[in-house]
Design a protein around this ligand. Structure first.
Ligand SMILES: *[C@@H]1O[C@H](CO)[C@@H](O)[C@H](O)[C@H]1NC(C)=O
Ligand SMILES: *[C@@H]1O[C@H](CO)[C@@H](O)[C@H](O)[C@H]1NC(C)=O
Ligand SMILES: *[C@@H]1O[C@H](CO)[C@@H](O)[C@H](O)[C@H]1NC(C)=O
Ligand SMILES: *[C@@H]1O[C@H](CO)[C@@H](O)[C@H](O)[C@H]1NC(C)=O
Ligand SMILES: *[C@@H]1O[C@H](CO)[C@@H](O)[C@H](O)[C@H]1NC(C)=O
Ligand SMILES: *[C@@H]1O[C@H](CO)[C@@H](O)[C@H](O)[C@H]1NC(C)=O
Ligand SMILES: *[C@@H]1O[C@H](CO)[C@@H](O)[C@H](O)[C@H]1NC(C)=O
Ligand SMILES: *[C@@H]1O[C@H](CO)[C@@H](O)[C@H](O)[C@H]1NC(C)=O
Ligand SMILES: *[C@@H]1O[C@H](CO)[C@@H](O)[C@H](O)[C@H]1NC(C)=O
Ligand SMILES: *[C@@H]1O[C@H](CO)[C@@H](O)[C@H](O)[C@H]1NC(C)=O
Ligand SMILES: *[C@@H]1O[C@H](CO)[C@@H](O)[C@H](O)[C@H]1NC(C)=O
Ligand SMILES: *[C@@H]1O[C@H](CO)[C@@H](O)[C@H](O)[C@H]1NC(C)=O
Length: 397
């Protein structure tokens, strides 16, 4: 009985050690893509009304086209094709008129496996006089992000920064930073989400935008667009490991699936935390919450965004709000800064494995009893052997 138990525990320990060694050497998933970045593809001049960034992430037999556009409300569109030679075509005069679909196409059309887009449509602000963090009352008129004046894209590698401000203000800005990745990894700054070669990261932050009330809090409105299967539900994932994002044990993913099955086609993924400083410490973390996704008028969303108008003829739209701060937490005026990060990708969302530190702790917790048992075994063995030797010696005498 004891021997069987010992064997079982040793086996478990061996498997754990082997797994953590493997992941140390191979760094988990190794799927890689080649990235090609192009600004305003084939436009002869700077397009009026905002720029269009195209990042092609080419895999072995497939391509992910990331399109990020600031004509109207900022929009990120992802198109997954089953060919490594698919292309994007833009008819710029049509695209900038924003009144017909089909001005931006991915060719050949038969290669398209999946597409979805996220529109950053509005920034809501409310006066939280009673410090309850309930946005239902005292909503101020929203900041329409389509009316912001947006900067040109500031490119560095496959990372692009877009900042905008309400046209009546010179102070402060709302910025969106898109990072596209060629392989798996994590950024250095919290929340340190795990990304893969099939996902991109968008960090959204408010910096110095003047609050319009004494106790302002903010809510970001997102609209997810797809051609066929909408991003219809939010799944929750729990973890006991918070090493990468201190004090946060949850992950949310807003997913699109075929008729509600568990096969995920595309996702938006985030941890329920925002930060009140650009280089935060733990006290600068503030919780965030989201509303249930609900369906929106596709025509209204298309009117907000040139990219949605140009690519989708019949967009299916779901909307969701993310609100920052909880009752009793400091208001926005405490730092005049707020940042929140999410991933947008295709296929199954990345899953955090246990961090090396937690694996080490588990190995020690499991290992200590095993070592004790082994030592005990050795001791008993030696004792019996000695005893046997003594008996044998005695017998000879
Ligand atoms: C990818 O294409 C290569 C040939 O170009 C083929 O040998 C391979 O089977 C394809 N892989 C997949 C997963 O379709
Ligand atoms: C740009 O033009 C070149 C040649 O005119 C064409 O090969 C390419 O596909 C075009 N790219 C886009 C994005 O329209
Ligand atoms: C772009 O659209 C305009 C107006 O619909 C059309 O006249 C023009 O031929 C198109 N350009 C190309 C390159 O297809
Ligand atoms: C789209 O707008 C352009 C000018 O902004 C106009 O010339 C064109 O007729 C419009 N097309 C449609 C289909 O409304
Ligand atoms: C994959 O690409 C081929 C053309 O290369 C096309 O005939 C086929 O329909 C595509 N498959 C899917 C699922 O779109
Ligand atoms: C704040 O609390 C007061 C007193 O409880 C209440 O009358 C008022 O309606 C509350 N205001 C909001 C915006 O909830
Ligand atoms: C572009 O971004 C870099 C760092 O991300 C920054 O140093 C630089 O000032 C930015 N340039 C402009 C024109 O905003
Ligand atoms: C911008 O900030 C400066 C100083 O920080 C302040 O004097 C000025 O009034 C602000 N402008 C607006 C439009 O709020
Ligand atoms: C990314 O997508 C490719 C092609 O669909 C797939 O082979 C690969 O396993 C995916 N990688 C990850 C990390 O999901
Ligand atoms: C902010 O508070 C001050 C003093 O507490 C008050 O005079 C002012 O009216 C308040 N402003 C707003 C917009 O509520
Ligand atoms: C922020 O606003 C609250 C409520 O009006 C006020 O009590 C607090 O002093 C302000 N904080 C800062 C840093 O201005
Ligand atoms: C999804 O459901 C619709 C109607 O409920 C049905 O027509 C369609 O075939 C289903 N699709 C799949 C892939 O099961």
């Amino acid at each position: 009985m004891a021997a069987t138990g010992r064997l079982l525990i040793s086996t478990i320990l061996l498997v754990f050690t082997f797994r953590s060694c493997l992941s140390l050497f191979y760094g988990g998933n190794t799927y890689k893509r080649k990235l090609f970045v192009q600004l305003n593809p084939n436009s002869s001049s700077l397009p009026r009304g905002g720029e269009l960034l195209h990042v092609r992430a080419v895999g072995q037999n497939d391509t992910l086209h990331y399109l990020f556009c600031s004509q109207g409300a900022p929009t990120l569109l992802l198109v997954h094709t089953n060919s490594s030679s698919s292309t994007v075509k833009v008819n710029w005069s049509q695209f900038s008129s924003r009144n017909t679909s089909g001005s931006l196409t991915v060719e050949p059309e038969s290669s398209i496996l999946y597409s979805s887009a996220v529109v950053f449509s509005r920034l809501w602000e409310y006066d939280d006089v009673n410090n309850t963090a309930e946005a239902s009352s005292d909503l101020l008129p929203p900041h329409e992000l389509q009316d912001f004046s947006w900067s040109l894209f500031n490119l560095s590698g496959a990372t692009s920064l877009l900042c905008g401000a309400p046209s009546d203000s010179t102070n402060g800005s709302l910025c969106l930073q898109l990072s596209v990745f060629d392989s798996e990894g994590r950024n250095k700054l919290w929340p340190r989400l795990l990304h893969s070669a099939n996902s991109s990261q968008v960090e959204v932050w408010l910096n110095g935008i003047l609050p319009r009330s004494n106790a302002s809090r903010f809510v970001l409105e997102l609209q997810a667009v797809s051609g066929t299967y909408p991003l219809s539900r939010v799944d929750t994932r729990q973890s006991i490991d918070d090493e990468y994002t201190p004090s946060i044990f949850k992950m949310f993913q807003w997913v699109s699936s075929i008729n509600g099955s568990s096969d995920i086609l595309g996702f938006v993924q985030w941890k329920p935390v925002a930060y009140r400083k650009s280089h935060p410490v733990l006290e600068d973390a503030t919780p965030c919450r989201h509303s249930d996704p609900d369906s929106q008028n596709g025509e209204e969303t298309a009117a907000l965004s040139a990219l949605i108008r140009g690519f989708y003829s019949n967009p299916e739209v779901m909307g969701m709000n993310v609100s920052f701060g909880m009752a009793g937490e400091p208001f926005y005026n405490s730092t005049m800064f707020l940042s929140w990060t999410m991933l947008v990708g295709v296929g199954s969302p990345p899953v955090d494995s246990f961090s090396p530190l937690v694996l080490a702790i588990m190995a020690v917790c499991l290992g200590a009893p095993v070592i004790l048992l082994l030592l005990g075994g050795v001791f008993v063995f030696l004792y019996k052997r000695r005893h046997a030797t003594v008996t044998a010696y005695e017998r000879i005498n």
